[in-house]
Write a protein that binds this ligand. Structure first.
Ligand code: AMP
Ligand code: ZN
Length: 467
């Protein structure tokens, strides 16, 4: 399985290469924990989960690192408004974030480093940048990265350095700088920041946002690693600055492949906190939607294409998942009751599925392969698929689910059927076989009175506890 991905650095779809065969070091820009993440953010985290699962499906070992931005303007202002210490303020949002990832069946990263736990690593990077003559201190005590002193700036965003020097304002910032593109490595202490402050040889203050990702990615993945991801809004200036900080210090290529997902939109606009047009996962759960349904909707589009959020899409997801459930239920029933193996199998779609993923994560085609398999499985069930054939079909769906993560996830566990209930159901099956419809109906009512719903299908009876 040769994976090909669009690399934002080269702006081309290219074969995915790693430093060590079969091993992938992957860094993902994580949340700023001043509030609940919205489903636009989760589009990015789900794209990254899909990517990671695809890498694993293709046989790679993935070490994923996702940072938690727990110090910046927003977290500081939030903690002050709440009258809490910074860590106490961010803790519940970090916990909520992890709970939300679980709700969406996102595989956990290997490490979730928090910025406030990595200040020494960041100070080391700044010192090294001073040594190279690339960092400078401004009057307000902040430290900046001088873009004009670093030749390779702009390689990810493909920036015209001359245009930048001639004064195009590309990075709004509140402090005094020598060059318009220069960005803060360290923000000098300001009384607005209260007690959120660290000591540094060049004066007290706090780290800049870009710096944390360079410092923490290199700490956990090495000075050069394979893959770095985020939403498209991270590409510039955040990722550009990460590269500059890292490569200026190490002189080595920082990251080989950069991948970015397009935005989740609402009525044509980016879903964002500042526009107020956002839903959190919790908002949707309160409206009765499940993590499984939301996962389906957010994955069901190519990651580099904008995705418009609608409630119609959630309803469509519900219907699609119901079709999946019907099929997997019928397959399970057939495994339990089916005939001996006659060698017949549902024609596999795994190759088409893998090819779709390998083609720059073509999610829609991967979904299509899955549903084509479900249609074929339904047809095979009608044609009398054996127990072994049904088991093989379930195994294939389980393989696909390693990447999709919504086929078997989040389904109510089937409750064990008590012997007394099974006995009544067996009596009813016998009554039906004898065409004794009155007795069959009486037994159905008796089962209902005991809390069990019986349904008749081609597979025979199925029992479900009443809600
Ligand atoms: P933030 O907390 O704003 O730094 O965002 C966390 C992650 O979510 C980043 O990777 C962003 O690029 C991504 N993100 C933010 N808004 C959206 C959106 N509407 N659609 C997709 N990704 C987003
Ligand atoms: Zn980052």
């Amino acid at each position: 399985m040769e994976l090909k991905f669009y690399n934002s650095m080269t702006r081309q779809i290219e074969p995915f290469k790693t430093l060590n065969p079969g091993e992938v070091g992957m860094y993902t820009c994580g949340p700023t924990v001043y509030n609940y993440a919205h489903i636009g953010n989760f589009r990015a985290y789900l794209f990254e989960d899909f990517l990671r699962r695809t890498l694993e499906f293709a046989g790679n070992n993935v070490k994923q690192v996702m940072n938690l931005t727990d110090v910046d303007d927003k977290t500081i202002r939030g903690s002050q408004a709440a009258g809490q210490a910074l860590k106490a303020y961010t803790k519940p949002y970090i916990e909520a974030f992890f709970a939300d990832l679980k709700t969406l069946n996102v595989e956990p990263a290997a490490v979730y480093p928090a910025a406030t736990d990595h200040i020494p690593e960041m100070l080391n990077l700044i010192s090294a940048l001073f040594d190279k003559g690339i960092a400078y201190k401004s009057d307000d005590g902040s430290v900046y990265f001088s873009v004009s002193k670093y030749e390779n700036y702009g390689k990810l965003a493909h920036i015209d350095r001359e245009a930048m020097r001639s004064g195009v304002r590309i990075n709004a910032d509140e402090y005094e700088k020598e060059g318009v593109g220069d960005f803060a490595l360290w923000k000098g202490w300001d009384e607005k920041d209260g007690d959120v402050v660290w000591d540094a040889p060049w004066g007290k203050g706090r780290p800049g946002w870009h710096l944390e990702c360079s410092a923490m990615s290199m700490k956990y993945l090495g000075e050069s690693f394979d893959l770095h991801t985020g939403g498209i809004d991270n590409l510039f200036p955040h990722h550009e600055n990460e590269i500059a900080q890292a490569e200026a210090v190490t002189g080595k290529p920082f990251v080989h492949t950069w991948m970015h997902c397009a935005h989740l939109r609402v009525n044509g606009q980016k879903m964002s906190k500042s526009l107020g047009n956002f839903f959190t996962l919790r908002d949707l759960q309160e409206k009765g939607y499940t993590g499984r349904e939301i996962r389906y909707v957010l994955l069901n589009a190519h990651y580099r294409q904008g995705l418009n959020f609608t409630f119609d899409a959630l309803s469509a997801a519900r219907a699609a998942l119901a079709r999946l459930d019907e099929c997997t239920d019928a397959l399970k029933a057939r495994v339990a009751t089916g005939t001996a193996d006659d060698g017949v199998r549902v024609p596999s779609q795994l190759e088409a599925f893998g090819n779709a993923l390998a083609d720059d994560l073509n999610a829609s085609e991967a979904f299509s392969a899955c549903f084509a398999f479900v249609r074929a499985a339904n047809a095979a069930l009608t044609a009398g698929l054996s127990a072994a054939g049904a088991q093989a079909a379930l195994d294939e769906l389980a393989q696909m689910d390693r990447v999709l993560g919504f086929i078997f996830f989040g389904r109510a566990e089937t409750t064990a059927i008590p012997a007394e209930i099974q006995a009544l159901a067996d009596e009813r099956a016998a009554a039906r076989a004898a065409k004794n419809w009155a007795e069959s109906d009486r037994l159905r009512d008796e089962l209902a009175a005991k809390g069990w719903q019986v349904r008749d299908s081609k597979e025979g009876q199925t029992l479900k506890p009443l809600a």
